[in-house]
Structures are given as structure tokens and as C-alpha cells.
Ligand binder design. Sequence first.
Ligand code: PMP
Length: 388
Amino acid sequence: MHDFELMISQRSKAIDVSGIRRVFELGAKLKDPINLSIGQPDFPVPETLKEAAIEAIRQDKNGYTLTQGVAELRDAINRHLTSDIGWDMNSSDTMMLVTSGTSGALLLAVQALLNPGDEIIAGDPYFVVYPSLAELCGATFVPCDTYPDCRMTAARVEPLITDRTKIVLVNSPGNPSGVVLTNDELKDLVDLCKRKGVLLISDEIYDEFTYEDAREDGRCPSPARFDDQMLVVRGFGKSYGCTGWRMGYVAGPASIIREMAKLQQYTFVCAPSMSQYGLVGVFDVDMTSYVEAYRRKRDMVIRAFDGVANLATPGGAFYAFVEVPESMGLTATQFVEKGIEQNVLTIPGNVFSKADTHFRISYATSDDKLEAGLEVLTGLMAQVASAT
Ligand code: PMP
């Protein structure tokens, strides 16, 4: 018999999923939980997009596509980028690549850029996958402490930059906090990265889900409006309810994107064909009513915790990152376990952070479930407040 344990690479072993696995195991025991842990929207894919994907399958468009993506979708994305961030997508210095999800774009980016020993900085709390992106390359993940406001500002990043820093990765609207940085803050990050010779990567997967109060000139703030010498990564899964379609894209300097396309050719090959055809008309779909519905849910969350617990005001995505009141004397993991005992599932902060002081709520659920879940969570907090 082989000892398969011994065969597993150091690279794979270095990735620790114990925190999130524990939550899922606890959650799996619940019969009909109030699930505030899910990182995807609760609305269906718009009908026109479904029809376009089905039609592509029927028309036998089921083979490999060009690794860069099908022409119709590429044209649509390039037009969108030009109108949204002002990049000249016809320039030979700038390129765009359609990828298998935003995850695909991020993985290709780090694989194309990071050598062992290089450093990548991202805000703490961070999207759960970011540290492992570094580990997969033998690089070092450098968390930038952004507590309590979850804003990764240039002032917080600058002291962390060393001569091994290659990438600063910014995520706004952010997972797990929903916090949206301002154009001024993002411009400062652009300037810092330029001055230090570091590449800025902007993960904008939640850009569509930015609420009116966090928008500037009607749009989600983006560092890409100040510079095209960076990578902008976006996706369709969250914005259009099609996370399983595995669709994203990345745009930036041609010399980097060409390397990423080469790696994609030899790994993912291409993004799923029916998903690409399904999304050709995506920029004509109006998601305003869904964004408005999530804005209302965001307001429900803010109201529920007002005067009860601290949270950085979410300006987008569908998350809130709530601090467990200190008076409870509990880690976030312990608090989340108490919630689970009452059938409410959230995710403890140590999954997204070096700290275990906050928990993430996803409010991408029905108003009734959200209301019921918030009642349980704030009720747990109130019990302690009245006992002390
Ligand atoms: N970036 C962030 C910040 C995310 O929250 C997620 C999904 N949870 C991703 C990237 C990956 O998204 P995709 O499904 O497009 O790979």
C-alpha cells in the first residue's frame, strides 16, 4: 500500500482549511438552519442570460474556445472597460483575458508574477483564499491590519513594503466586510505602488453591488480609473447570480496578461464555452432592483446592531463583519458556535483574519430569514448585556 499522506506536497499541506471546515461541519448538523454564511447571491440568473447559454449549447457551441475568450464576449467586456474605467483596449500595451471565475484570474496572476520568497500584501480581514494564493507560489502573504474600519489605506500599507514586495492586492467592495474604499483612498494606493515599483491588483468582483452612498459619480470607485499599469480583476458570478458558471476576467499590461494566457492555455485551457456565450449580453442587463434590495438588507443589518455591536459600514457586496462585544468575553468562534446552537449559521473572523474577534454575516437571503437570524444574534448579545 502507498502511504498517500506522505505523497501530499508541502504546498498543499500549507493550506489550512480547518476553520471553514469546522463551520461547515457544524452547519451540516443543522436541519433547516438560518444560513447567513453563504457567499453567493440568492437571486436567479437573469432569463436572457440563461436563454443565451442554453441556445449556445443547442447550437453546438460546446468545444474549446480561444484561451483569450470568444470574440463576442471579449468585445462586450472591452467596450465595458473602456466606458467604465477609460482604458484603451485597442492599445497593444493593454490586454484582457476571460478566465474561469475571478479565482482563475487571481491564480493565474500570482502564478505569472510571484517567485518563491516574494511578498504579497492584502488587507486583514481578507478573502479566505488570498493567503493560499501566496502559499501556492512559495511566496509570503503579508496581512495589512485594517481593524477596526476595514480600510486598506496607503498609510497602512506603506510600512509593510519591503524589497521583496511584488504585489499589493486590494479588494473593494471587500469580502468579508463589504467596505468600499473611496476614489481618494484608491488613488493613494495607486501612487504608493507606483512610487515603490509594486504591482497593484484590484479584485472588484463585487463592483456591481455598490450602494448609492458608496458610489462616486454613480459608480463603484476603482483604482483602474487612475492608472492602467495594474491588473483589474472582475467577475460575473456574484453580480448575475451565476457563481457556478465560473466566469471572470482580468485586464492589464499586455506583458503580464500574455503570460497569464499562456498559463491558462496549459491549465484551465479556456473558460466554460456555454458560460461565455451566455454572458455576451450581460452589460445590457439591469441589476438595479437587486442592488436596491441588498441595500435594504444592509440597512436592516446596520439597524439591528446599532448600539449593540460594532461593524464597519458596508457600502457594497452582501456582507457585514460584526465585532463580538468585548463584554461577552468570547472569541468569534465561540460566539458563532452559540449562534449555531440556536440554528443560525455565520462565519467566525479567524477564517478571514489573524484575529478572531468578528464574525461575517452574509445577508444574501430572504428578509424573513435575515430578520430571524439578526434577532437570534442580537439576542445573544443582549443576554450578556443584561447579565452584566
Ligand atoms: N474574490 C473575492 C473577494 C470573492 O469574495 C470571491 C468569491 N467568494 C472570489 C474572488 C472568487 O469568485 P469566483 O467565484 O468568480 O471565482
